[in-house]
Design a binder for this molecule. Structure first.
Ligand SMILES: [Zn+2]
Ligand SMILES: [Zn+2]
Length: 347
């Protein structure tokens, strides 16, 4: 089969590899749509601790496809089913797995990172993932490309659950990339009062206008704290989501949050920049809750796919360019340019 193989920093190519062979409790999925994530780009640029020197990996954890082969012991699925694949696999027996947070399992396996993922014609879903329920069926009313974006949406859904946006909340989302747009849509559904989107890039702020933010703030030109205060009658935002890897935004988030507000530190910070001085008195006296989330559980993935299949969240319009698997290098270049939103590999 054809697969895009990553073989070290800066090196990815489409070539012929062996088609995976499945065991009794495994499934083979014919991949139909696979999206490039910022994580894939980070691995491409600087590697990953889960991929050892000299090791090769088929990346991609945002994909969907059709079941084309099932192991003899699998009774709960049928070939031909259209499925979205959740990308985190837990050990199943630790405290976090028991709590349903398998994405926080110390032994967790990430599809497309620790083992092969979806940038290939076929993908083998390992036994542990199959028995855990990582393959979630959806019907013909939803396209494969829409369903491929259930994974990033599930991460935003996780963030939303942590801040618990309620009707009327003024919400600030910093970072107008694809994740920012998904946060925007989820918070709109939750009944947010005013949604403010901030970014340093004017083209990005233009791109997201169609999703209907109430306020856009260009942080290259405007002072973020001042803009938020002006738009909230001096109270600050009830919910702040930092969907960007910027320490200064995390620092400012405390200062622009309203009393009893909730902050989600969604974007991780680059190594060496993770210590951020915060005015903790504001957290203390204003009763601010600071949360952080990463990845998603199966429950988040299930919810995200439900939002897509019920047409409440639009993932389709986020796809700004489509490439063939053989064009993987061009696809990565385009994704790294930051020109568009989501880059999709179609099969
Ligand atoms: Zn991702
Ligand atoms: Zn575990």
């Amino acid at each position: 089969m054809q697969a895009a193989v990553y073989s070290g920093i800066g090196s990815i190519e489409c070539r012929e590899v062996e088609k995976p062979v499945i065991g009794n409790n495994e499934a083979l999925i014919k991949v139909k749509a696979a999206a490039i994530c910022g994580t894939d780009l980070r691995i491409f640029k600087s590697g990953h601790f889960a991929i050892k020197e000299g090791e090769e990996r088929i990346m991609c954890h945002e994909f969907s496809g059709e079941i084309c082969e099932l192991g003899s012991d699998v009774k709960t699925y049928k070939t031909g089913m259209r499925v979205s694949v959740a990308s985190n696999v837990g050990c199943g027996v630790c405290r976090y797995c028991r709590m349903g947070s398998l994405h926080l399992c110390p032994e967790y396996i990430a599809l497309g990172i620790s083992i092969d993922g979806g940038f290939a014609q076929y993908f083998k879903l390992p036994q542990k993932a199959l028995l855990q329920g990582n393959m979630i069926p959806f019907d013909e009313g939803t396209s494969f490309e829409e369903a491929a974006l259930a994974e990033p949406l599930s991460c935003c859904y996780n963030a939303y659950k942590s801040v618990g946006t309620v009707p009327g909340d003024n919400v600030l989302i910093v970072g107008a990339g694809p994740m920012g747009v998904l946060h925007l849509q989820v918070n709109k559904l939750a009944g947010a009062g005013k949604i403010m989107m901030a970014d340093v890039s004017e083209p990005r702020l233009k791109l997201i206008e169609k999703y209907g933010p109430d306020v856009v703030i260009n942080t290259a030109k405007e002072d973020l704290i001042e803009a938020v205060m002006n738009n909230t009658g001096g109270k600050g935002a009830d919910v702040v989501i930092t969907a960007c890897p910027a320490p200064d935004i995390q620092q400012q988030s405390i200062e622009l949050t309203a009393k009893l507000g909730r902050i989600n530190l969604f974007g991780g910070l680059p190594k060496g920049k993770e210590y951020v001085p915060l005015n903790t008195n504001l957290i203390h006296y204003n009763g601010i809750i600071v949360t952080g989330t990463t990845g998603s559980s199966l429950a988040h993935h299930e919810a995200a796919l439900g939002l897509i299949t019920s047409k409440q969240v639009d993932t389709k319009s986020l796809i700004s360019k489509r490439f063939k698997l053989s064009q993987i290098k061009e696809a990565f270049e385009y994704a790294m340019s930051g020109e568009g939103m989501k880059t999709l590999i179609e099969f």
